[in-house]
Design a protein around this ligand. Structure first.
Ligand code: ZN
Length: 392
């Protein structure tokens, strides 16, 4: 398969071309042009985006005969200008070239092989055939890659045939099945030579910087995440923006952010504990007050009460008077309910209460609890249990 214009010159941003073919296909039109600056997906690098005659390219693919199919929302004809979304493409070229340099540097320093590569929209990764990487190794690798970026090594395309590949000291001998024709090699001068069909910057200096972001254990080794080029500055911008926001919200300088957050977390823990104790005490006081009425059955409801509160109310009431039957509910229309009291009475009344409140529940040993969807009928349930309706 012949090399595409962008594989000859990755700096090509636009071309004027003739439309050779344009036919309806799926939700749009498939068109073939006399030439194109666009790169269809391959070698781990995603397809380009851009426009043909001003229309956005929806997708790109390469036909078996090598023709690039541009899928467009509208038909095109005659002479058209084809423009690559250069900002996106250049970013992809930076990440892809950074991967070559990272892979070669890791192999040289440690002997670890890259077994896969993913170029993501926010960060990329290489999969290495080792179970774990030490922080010191990562630091040394990152430093070495950045030295090589500053050394400004030219990155070139070399075309050869398969027979000569072994003589050249090519890093990877693994080639796609059924590949014929000339072999395209990417050389980082003095560092690496590897077959690749993708697009690369012309010099390591164009990578600006590389930052390793961390690792993740995977079944066949370790995934190492990285960013390079414009993404380093973009992520730094995002981090600085977060800093500014934190400075505003916490009303303290950057160095004070962490102690301030630790203080807030500790205070919150103390407050939560105190609040829980107060709620428990309040629920117990309500339970004792209900028992003190002397009624054989009593009811409690609060829109805010959770199941824990209902249990605290019932427990306090029954400690004050073991024979009292308690109906406790919490929530608005949807919520929780609890029937607590003498075992036999609860066993009989619990399912009835669940039916009235259109809920589900269960229990044993003097409690029956569950969720309900019609807490507005709690007065009916109270009547069933024999709760005396008190007029305030
Ligand atoms: Zn490549």
């Amino acid at each position: 398969m012949d090399l595409l214009p962008c594989q000859e010159d990755a700096g090509l941003r636009s071309l004027r071309a003739e439309v050779l073919q344009c036919v309806p296909a799926g939700d749009g039109f498939d068109s073939v042009l006399s030439r194109t600056p666009m790169y269809p997906e391959g070698g781990g690098q995603p397809s380009d985006t851009g426009t043909v005659g001003g229309a956005p390219v929806l997708s790109l693919r390469r036909r078996e005969d090598g023709a690039v199919i541009h899928h467009l929302p509208a038909p095109v004809s005659g002479t058209v200008d084809v423009e690559v979304d250069w900002e996106r493409r250049y970013d992809l070229m930076q990440q892809h070239t950074a991967q070559h340099l990272l892979t070669a540097t890791i192999l040289e320093r440690t002997g670890w092989r890259t077994i896969a590569f993913h170029l993501g929209p926010d960060r990329s990764d290489v999969e290495l055939d080792v179970p774990a990487l030490a922080d010191t190794d990562l630091g040394a690798i990152e430093a070495e890659v950045n030295v090589r970026i500053r050394e400004a090594h030219p990155v070139r395309v070399r075309v050869t045939d398969r027979e000569h590949m072994a003589d050249l000291g090519v890093r990877s001998r693994r080639l796609p099945e059924g590949l014929t024709g000339p072999l395209r090699l990417i050389e980082i001068e003095g560092i690496d030579l590897n077959p690749c069909g993708g697009l690369h910057v012309a010099n390591t200096a164009e990578l600006q910087a590389l930052k390793l972001l961390g690792t993740e254990r995977i079944s066949r080794g370790t995934r190492l995440f990285f960013i390079a080029g414009g993404r380093v500055l973009r992520d730094l911008d995002r981090a600085l923006e977060r800093d500014r926001t934190l400075t505003r919200v916490l009303t303290c300088g950057t160095d004070e952010h962490l102690p301030a957050i630790e203080r807030l977390v500790a205070e919150r823990r103390t407050t939560d504990k105190a609040l829980k104790e107060l709620r428990g005490e309040r629920a117990a006081a309500i339970g004792r007050d209900l028992a003190r009425t002397g009624d054989p059955a009593v009811a409690f409801h609060s829109p805010e009460a959770d199941m824990e509160t209902l249990h605290a109310v019932a427990k306090a009431a029954r400690e004050a008077r073991p024979d009292v039957l308690v109906l406790a509910t919490g929530g608005d229309l949807d919520g929780v309910f609890l029937v607590a009291g003498p075992e036999e009475r609860v066993a009989a009344a619990g399912p009835e209460v669940a039916r009235i409140l259109e809920g589900r529940g269960g229990g044993r040993g003097g409690t029956f609890q569950g969720k309900a969807s019609r807490l507005d009928r709690r007065a009916d349930a109270a009547i069933l249990l024999g709760v005396v309706q008190r007029v305030p």
